[in-house]
Design a protein around this ligand. Structure first.
Ligand code: SF4
Length: 411
């Protein structure tokens, strides 16, 4: 392969590693006689050196950005090597890598080259080449560029599986401070357009079986954690609003990696707040699958998650009067609030309860994590925890390891 293209790829793939909104899911599209297919969750993933999950061909179209966002390695004021792919180069790389079995799909992001329309046009050209010329049916996820012409977004949306528009920071104030060239209103325009397009498609599909698909795997976004003083509560409330307003598939969180110096930024020596990112992901799961609201997880006067315990057990500590719950009587919504019971085990318990009374020994077989759950439930009226039902007692029993120590593999 052309060494010039490989050099470009090295630079642009490196620049792309800060974008974490690359996981694929929720698409199951058949191959119509071309290359590849995108069965659900079928895209190849890899783990980058800093522990992030990335798809193998994850690259930027360009890192030659005209914007100057304070937190970003690609900002215009940084003196870094600048590279730009042509659309033909990205399409050829994707096909070459696919044929060599390196990848199953493409995640294409981009800095703003010249202006939003110019950048979006280049991305459109890539997907047109892949879909029409190379007949590539594999998974394609691209970045929607805020400020680009809606007609371009629409054309791209008709060809790709997923789009993401990264809002990066959770409030207007933070955006104004660190990314003053980004207009918060314009950030939401493409999200709204994608949501409306997906709804329209659903409607069309009810009348016309072969209506063209529009962003069938949905849209996602990313927020940086720790670049500003925004609390977990602010981030989680914005997350909740985004899910409601734009029907997002996922909100990704990215622990801020200090790459630039600046009076508005955290110290360059600080380690990325990975555990905080992890707690936000746990809270995000509680919003999406456990019917929690942001205000329940972090209430009045609470700003950040306790790093020592996960958000669900923390919620249980705050509402200890609601426990223990009787496993054979409570509703599925209540089951989901018991620490140690997940969506699958709750479903199994509900199914089993229809035919037989559940015994304590059945619970671990159903996937309940008894180490935690035993303090929060009774089975046929009997409490099995070895500590009294008090927050202190349970905390002592659970004895969480320090968040800053490596957990034992054998604990
Ligand atoms: S627009 Fe994107 S690539 Fe450009 S400086 Fe801002 S965050 Fe970085």
């Amino acid at each position: 392969m052309d060494t010039q293209i490989i050099t470009k790829l090295q630079t642009l793939a490196e620049s792309a590693k800060y974008d974490v909104s690359c996981a694929s899911s929720g698409v199951d599209k058949s191959n119509k006689g071309g290359l590849g297919n995108s069965a659900a969750c079928g895209i190849c993933h890899a783990w980058s050196s800093d522990g992030r999950c990335i798809s193998l061909l994850k690259t930027l179209m360009t890192n030659d950005c005209v914007y100057d966002c304070a937190y970003c390695i690609n900002r215009s004021s940084n003196d870094i090597r600048r590279e730009s792919f042509t659309a033909e180069e990205v399409a050829t790389l994707t096909i070459e890598f696919y044929r060599r079995n390196y990848i199953e799909g493409l995640f294409l992001s981009s800095a703003i080259e010249k202006n939003p329309n110019y950048t979006m046009e280049k991305i459109l050209k890539v997907v047109q080449l892949l879909r029409h010329q190379h007949k590539f049916f594999g998974y394609i996820h691209v970045k929607g560029i805020p400020g680009a012409d809606p007609a371009l977004i629409r054309q791209v949306g008709l060809l790709v599986d997923r789009m993401s528009v990264n809002i990066e920071l959770p409030t207007r104030e933070s955006l104004r401070l660190l990314a003053p060239q980004k207009n918060p209103e314009k950030l939401f325009d493409p999200m709204r357009q994608i949501k409306d397009g997906i709804l329209q498609l659903k409607d069309d599909r009810m009348h016309f079986k072969h209506a063209p698909a529009f962003v069938p795997a949905g849209q996602s976004t990313q927020m940086i954690v720790g670049a500003t003083d925004d609390s977990d509560k602010t981030i989680l409330e914005t997350t909740e609003k985004l899910y409601k307003a734009f029907d997002l598939k996922r909100v990704y969180f990215s622990a801020y990696v200090p790459v630039n110096e600046g009076s508005l930024l955290p110290s360059i020596q600080l380690a990325p707040p990975k555990l905080r990112e992890h707690r936000l992901y746990q809270a995000d799961f509680l919003l999406r699958f456990y019917k929690f609201s942001a205000s329940e997880l972090l209430g009045e006067g609470e700003h950040n998650f306790d790093l020592a315990y996960d958000p669900k057990i923390n919620w249980a500590f705050k509402h200890i009067e609601q426990f223990p719950m009787e496993i054979n009587r409570v509703s599925v919504e209540e089951l989901l609030r018991i620490p140690g019971i997940g969506t699958t085990s709750a479903r199994r318990i509900m199914r089993q309860r229809k035919v037989v009374t559940i015994q304590y020994d059945d619970l671990s077989k159903m996937g309940v994590v008894m180490k935690r759950a035993k303090y929060f439930l009774t089975c046929n009226g009997k409490f099995y925890g070895d500590k009294a039902m008090s927050v202190c007692g349970i905390k002592t029993a659970l004895n969480p390891p320090s968040p800053y120590n490596q957990m034992s593999l054998f604990a």
